[in-house]
Design a protein around this ligand. Structure first.
Ligand SMILES: *Cc1c(COP(=O)(O)O)cnc(C)c1O
Length: 354
C-alpha cells in the first residue's frame, strides 16, 4: 500500500464530530435558514442553467454582486468553495515549499493546517494570556519566520475577540516593510464593530476573507471569497482549478446578495441573543470571554471541560470541545442559536455543573 507523503502521514486532519442531536451549537452556523424568496429564486434558476456546459469560469456575475456589496469592482474579488478554499488557494499561490506563513495561537486551526498541507512552513506565535495580540510577540514571530503570508482572524475563532484597528494597522505596516501578504479572516465580521475591508487598496498587501457559511445562512452551499488588490486576485486565478465554482453555487451566491437586508436583520437578532446568553452564563460557575462573533468561549470552573462537553451531549446539546487545544485547557465554545436552542443549552449546562 502506498503511504501518504511523509508530512501528511503525521497529520491529524480536521476533527469536528458531526453528531445527530437535537441542539447543534458546535460549528457556528446560522440557526435560521435563508429567506424563502431566495430559495424560490434559486429554484427558478435551476431550470435556466445550461447544464451541459461548463459554468462561467470567471464567475463574473457572482463577483460583481459581491463587489457591489463592498463597493469594489469584480476584479478585486476572488471567490471559491468556502473561505477554506480561498485560504488554500492563497497558500498555494503566495506560500508553498521554501516559504512560510505566520499566525498567533489560539486561532482558527485551519490556517496552520492548510499551510502545512500546501508545503508552507508555519511560524506560530503566541497570544497573550487574555488572548490579545502583543506587537512585540508579532515582531519576534516575523523575525523568526520571515513569512510570506501573515494570518489574522477577526473576530478570532475560537476566542471571539475582535482585533482592534490599531493592531491590524500595525501588523499591516510590518507586512508592507517585509513584503508579506496580510490575510484577515473575517468569517464573522458582520457581528463585529469594524472591518479591515476599509484598509484594502491596490497598493496594499492585504486581503480580507469572508464566507457565506455563517452570516448568510448558507453553510451547505460551500462558498467564500476575498476582497483584495487586483494583482492578488489575478495571481489566485492562475492557481485555482478551472471551473471550480459550479453554476448552481454561482447562482446561489449571486441571488443571496439581493437579501442583504434580511441578513443584517438575522445578524442583529443574533447579536441581541448573544447578549442574553452571555448574561445568563455570568450567573453560572464558568469563565466567559467577550465575543464579537456568533459564538462564546467559556470554561467551567473546577470541572474538566471534556466531562462537561460529554454531559451536554448526553442531554442532546452539541458544543465545540476545545478542551484539548493548546492554551484552551477545559474550554468549550458554544454557537449562538435560536432562543429555544440557547435555553436548552443553558438548562443542560446548569444541570451538568450541579
Ligand atoms: C467558519 C470559518 C470559516 C468558514 O469556512 P468556509 O470554508 O467558508 O465554510 C473561515 N474562517 C473561520 C475563522 C471560520 O470560523
Amino acid at each position: 500500500m502506498i503511504a501518504p507523503r511523509a508530512d501528511v502521514a503525521l497529520m491529524e486532519g480536521y476533527h469536528s464530530p458531526q453528531v445527530d442531536v437535537p441542539v447543534r451549537l458546535n460549528t457556528n452556523e446560522s440557526p435560521e435558514p435563508p429567506p424563502q424568496p431566495w430559495l424560490d429564486a434559486l429554484a427558478a434558476e435551476v431550470g435556466r442553467i445550461a447544464w451541459h456546459r461548463y459554468p462561467d469560469r470567471a464567475a463574473t456575475a457572482l463577483r460583481e454582486a459581491i463587489g457591489s456589496l463592498h463597493g469594489v469592482p469584480a476584479t478585486q474579488v476572488f471567490a471559491a468553495n468556502g473561505s477554506n478554499e480561498v485560504i488554500q488557494t492563497l497558500l498555494l499561490t503566495f506560500g508553498g515549499p521554501g516559504r512560510s506563513a505566520a499566525m498567533w495561537e489560539p486561532t482558527y486551526a485551519l490556517h496552520s493546517h492548510i499551510a502545512r498541507l500546501t508545503g508552507t512552513a508555519v511560524a506560530v506565535g503566541e497570544r497573550s494570556a487574555d488572548f490579545t495580540l502583543d506587537l512585540a510577540e508579532v515582531d519576534r514571530t516575523l523575525e523568526r519566520g520571515a513569512p510570506s503570508v501573515v494570518f489574522l482572524c477577526s473576530p478570532n475563532n475560537p476566542t471571539g475577540l475582535v482585533e482592534p484597528e490599531p493592531v491590524v494597522r500595525a501588523v499591516l505596516d510590518r507586512c508592507v516593510a517585509r513584503d508579506a501578504l496580510l490575510v484577515v479572516d473575517e468569517a464573522y465580521a458582520q457581528f463585529a464593530p469594524w472591518s479591515a475591508l476599509e484598509l484594502v487598496g491596490e497598493d496594499v498587501p492585504l486581503v480580507v476573507t469572508r464566507t457565506y457559511s455563517k452570516t448568510w445562512s448558507m453553510a451547505a452551499a460551500r462558498l467564500g471569497y476575498l476582497v483584495g488588490p487586483t494583482w492578488a486576485v489575478d495571481a489566485l486565478h492562475k492557481v485555482v482549478l478551472p471551473y471550480h465554482l459550479d453554476a448552481l453555487k454561482q447562482a446561489a451566491g449571486t441571488l443571496a446578495v439581493r437579501f442583504v437586508a434580511e441578513m443584517d436583520q438575522r445578524v442583529a437578532r443574533l447579536v441581541e441573543e448573544r447578549g442574553r446568553l452571555v448574561a445568563a452564563l455570568a450567573a453560572l460557575p464558568v469563565d466567559v470571554w467577550p465575543s464579537g462573533a456568533n459564538f462564546v468561549l467559556f470554561r467551567p470552573r473546577g470541572r474538566a471541560g471534556a466531562d462537561v462537553w460529554q454531559q451536554l451531549l448526553e442531554r442532546g446539546v452539541l458544543v465545540r470541545n476545545c478542551s484539548s487545544w493548546p492554551r484552551l485547557e477545559d474550554c468549550l465554545r458554544v454557537t449562538i442559536g435560536t432562543r429555544g436552542e440557547d435555553d436548552a443549552f443553558l438548562a443542560a449546562l446548569e444541570e451538568a455543573l450541579t
